[in-house]
Each structure stands twice: as structure tokens, then as C-alpha cells.
Design a protein around this ligand. Structure first.
Ligand SMILES: Cc1ncc(COP(=O)(O)O)c(C=O)c1O
Length: 460
């Protein structure tokens, strides 16, 4: 009987890791199906002519990554996988994950301990322990209004809701504005959380042609005229994934078209704090259409300190608050209170300033490292868009990078339709602990691209 045999490409990673990587690849491709049994360790060691301890270590590594589980006396079996989990565990423990847009690990332990201590030892600990209104407390809404005022959004606290993050704000808006089957316009490449949300709410997305500034006005206008769409979802400042930034002229054009067709606009400004002078679409409003503006603290402070602020037309606030109530009931009060205190005492400004500088420094390194490739990003962006040169294809490049310990996201992850013909990947520069580690990861990507791709497997 033939036994499962790992495909072990030439690489510098230790053999046990290469075997664990091969298990990961075969689980991803389906060659190793859920529930299938890996060969007994001694058999595989004989088959590969390697020490038994190497296979034992490889199986432990695969178990540590959540790919398999060992059952005493029965053997080692492939576990059921969630695709998100798989993506993050394909590479080895030393891997460098450039797929998550969490921005720059600002060392905030001291501030956090101090801020939480103050909240709990303050006059009224119930302010963080009790239920609060789904709108958020008034002082939190005031803090939110001041925060978004930076982007030129009218700062009336009674139009601001506190949500459990930007993603939650999106869920609140789209579950209120749309019904299953409705169409929402967005860029042909868009934030993958919008794709998940559309899937969840059973709404359809139509991807609009984009250029270096983001959504093209001609494509937007044509879609407004012909599709009966219910809203536009867009990110004019540091678009995720392409890092595009709309000029003032482009913003005015998009607003004019939305107003002409009275199409509600949902602006996601999660990265706006990185370019403080950039103004929201709503600030270019000349006559009536509905503008929804949302942002969160996951990027500006930390994903664990997540709250969101959602600014909406006055007439919609109660309906949106009902959606907050129906989904999470309220944003977690300790987070909302901590952020409110940090926005007032300058801590949030300090953290954001640090992140702005760090993002610019990392972007500079990335532009330098990738100077001979088609790499695009605004200098303030925490992510960038790398077009893969011929003859590489994106999937081979992403797989090869994962084998070398660098995880990156292919363009298809962001395609508003089924797939995109764009041969590009998104690189997030923020999640890696140090600039030196990021530089290493970028050099690995360059090394890979400078080699020809490995000859492909023959499919018969
Ligand atoms: C454009 C965009 N919007 C929203 C989110 C979600 O943010 P939050 O963590 O605040 O829900 C992200 C996270 O990556 C994002 O990139």
C-alpha cells in the first residue's frame, strides 16, 4: 500500500518544518482530507530515510499549528480547518505574517494599566460595569464627535453612535440600509470584511473600475444610472487593499455623482488618522444625499481596544441604534470609557502620532526594498500593493512566500466579484514586531521574485 508522502521542495527550513509545511499545503489543497490518518511515524521515517525524531517533531509541529491531532494508540488525524486559521498557520513558527492590517505594536502596557486603573478606581466603577445605552454614553459620543471632526465631519454628538468597532459599524449601517438581494457599489478591489459582511447579509456587491486614486467617477456614474444600487461603500483615504488616496477633486466628483443620483454613501475612514489633513466625503456635500461616516480605534489605538464611531443623518440615528441594540446591545463600556479618557487626556494623540511616524518609516523601507518592482503605496500607508512581474503568477508567489515564512494576501482576497485579473498582492507592513524583521521579510520576497518560478506540477 502506498502511504502519504510529503512533497519536500529544496529550501533552507529545517526538515521537520518542511514536513509540517507539506502537511499544511496538503490540508489546504484537500490532498489530506479532514479525518484522514497520517502514516505511522516510523513508517514515514523509513519511507523518507530520516530519523524517527524528525517525523515526531514534524507531527508535533503540525499539531501545534492545529492541523492534526494525535490520539494515543490510534494515530494522527487531520483536523477540521477553518480557512482563516489555515491561512495563518501555513508557514512555520518563525513566520512573518504580513496579511493582517493591525498597525504597529506601539508599546502601550504602561498607559493601559494606568488608564484601566483610573477607570476602576474612579468615583463610579459602575460606569464601566453596567449596561449602557446602545447609542453610547453622551460623553463617549462627544469624544467621538471631536475625534471625527478632524476629517471635517459635522461634530454633533447626537449624530454619533458608539459601536463595537468599524466592522460592527458597517454591519449596523448595511443591515439597516439594505435587504437581502440588494446591490451595493464598491471598488473592484475592496476591504475583505465588506465581502464577508455582504455574504452574511445576503447583499450583492458590484465592483467599480478603479485607477490610482480609487473608484473611477465614470464607472460610478454608469453604475448609478443602470444598477439600482442601494449605497456606495468606499475608503477614499488609504483604500484597503490598494493604499490609494483620492484627491480633493476626485472626492468632489464622487460626491457630486452620489448627490445627483441621491445614492447613500458609506465612507470607511479607518485609516484616515494616518493622513490627518484628508477630509471626508461628507465635508464636500453641497445638497442632499445621505452620508454615513465610520471609523474605529483598532487601527489608531489597538485591535483589542476596539470601538467604532458611526456618524449618520439625524433621521437615521434611532434606527441604527436599534441595530446596535439587536447585535451587541452596546459597545463594551470599559473600551468606550478608556478611549474617551484617552481622547481627552492626549494619550490617543500620542499613540496616533507614534503610528503615523512608524507607518511612514516602514513605508519608506518597503519602497526602497521594492524599488525595482511595481510597488504602490501612499507614503503614510501601513500597507502597499505589489504587482507581481511575469512570469510569476500570484498563487505560486503567495505559496512560495509562505514556504519561506512570509504570509501575504493575494488580490483575489479583495475582489468584489468572483475573481480579479489583477496580478498583485497586498503587503501589510504594520503587524511585524520590528522594522528589522520587516526588512528581512521584504528581502525574502525580493529574492523569490528575482528567481524564476519553480516548474509547475504536471496535471494529467
Ligand atoms: C477598511 C477597514 N474597515 C474596517 C476594518 C475593521 O476594523 P475594526 O477592527 O475596527 O472592526 C478594517 C480592518 O482591517 C479595515 O481595513
Amino acid at each position: 500500500m502506498t502511504i502519504w508522502r510529503p512533497h519536500l521542495p529544496d529550501s533552507e527550513v529545517p526538515l521537520y518544518q518542511a514536513i509540517a509545511n507539506a502537511i499544511a499545503n496538503d490540508v489546504v489543497s484537500g490532498r489530506l482530507a479532514e479525518g484522514s490518518r497520517l502514516p505511522p511515524q516510523r513508517d514515514l521515517a523509513d519511507e523518507l530515510s530520516v530519523a524517527l525524531t524528525t517525523v515526531t517533531r514534524a507531527y508535533s509541529e503540525a499539531e501545534r499549528r492545529g492541523l492534526v491531532s494525535g490520539e494515543v494508540g490510534r494515530g494522527t488525524f487531520v483536523r477540521r480547518q477553518e480557512s482563516f486559521h489555515l491561512r495563518r498557520t501555513e508557514a512555520g513558527p518563525e513566520s512573518c505574517d504580513l496579511t493582517i492590517n493591525s498597525l504597529l505594536p506601539y508599546p502601550m502596557g504602561r498607559e493601559l494599566a494606568k488608564g484601566m486603573g483610573r477607570l476602576l478606581s474612579g468615583g463610579d466603577p459602575w460606569s464601566v460595569l453596567d449596561y449602557q445605552p446602545p447609542y453610547g454614553q453622551w460623553r463617549q459620543r462627544q469624544a467621538g464627535a471631536r475625534f471625527i471632526h478632524r476629517a471635517g465631519v459635522d461634530g454633533s454628538p447626537d449624530r454619533v453612535l458608539v459601536t463595537s468597532g468599524a466592522q460592527h459599524a458597517m454591519a449596523v449601517v448595511f443591515s439597516t440600509l439594505t435587504n437581502p438581494g440588494d446591490l451595493v457599489l464598491t471598488g473592484e478591489l475592496t476591504y475583505s470584511g465588506m465581502k464577508s459582511l455582504a455574504n452574511f447579509l445576503h447583499i450583492r456587491l458590484r465592483g467599480l473600475l478603479m485607477d490610482e486614486e480609487g473608484i473611477r467617477p465614470d464607472a460610478f456614474e454608469a453604475a448609478c444610472a443602470t444598477t439600482g444600487a442601494k449605497a456606495l461603500y468606499c475608503m477614499p483615504t488609504l483604500q484597503n487593499p490598494t493604499a490609494a488616496v483620492m484627491s480633493v477633486k476626485r472626492r468632489q466628483e464622487i460626491v457630486a455623482i452620489a448627490e445627483a443620483y441621491e445614492l447613500p454613501v458609506v465612507e470607511d475612514d479607518s485609516y484616515g488618522f494616518l493622513i490627518p489633513e484628508a477630509k471626508a466625503l461628507a465635508s464636500f456635500q453641497t445638497r442632499g444625499t445621505d452620508f454615513y461616516y465610520l471609523t474605529g480605534t483598532s487601527k489608531s489605538l489597538a485591535p483589542g481596544l476596539r470601538i467604532g464611531f458611526l456618524h449618520s443623518p439625524a433621521a437615521m440615528v434611532d434606527r441604527l441604534a436599534a441595530a446596535v441594540s439587536a447585535t451587541t446591545f452596546m459597545a463594551a463600556p470599559p473600551m468606550a470609557e478608556l478611549v474617551t479618557a484617552w481622547l481627552a487626556d492626549g494619550t490617543a494623540d500620542k499613540v496616533m502620532e507614534w503610528k503615523r511616524n512608524e507607518a511612514r518609516a516602514r513605508q519608506k523601507s518597503a519602497r526602497r526594498a521594492l524599488a525595482s518592482f511595481d510597488y504602490r503605496a501612499h507614503p503614510a500607508s501601513p500597507h502597499g500593493w505589489l504587482t507581481i512581474p511575469e512570469p510569476w503568477c500570484v498563487s505560486d508567489f503567495v505559496a512560495q512566500a509562505a514556504m519561506r515564512g512570509v504570509l501575504i494576501s493575494p488580490a483575489d482576497d479583495f475582489a468584489a466579484g468572483r475573481a480579479t485579473s489583477t496580478h498583485a498582492v497586498r503587503l501589510c507592513l504594520g503587524p511585524v514586531a520590528s522594522r528589522a524583521r520587516l526588512d528581512e521579510a521584504l528581502s525574502t520576497l525580493v529574492e523569490i521574485l528575482e528567481q524564476p518560478p519553480r516548474p509547475g506540477r504536471t496535471v494529467v
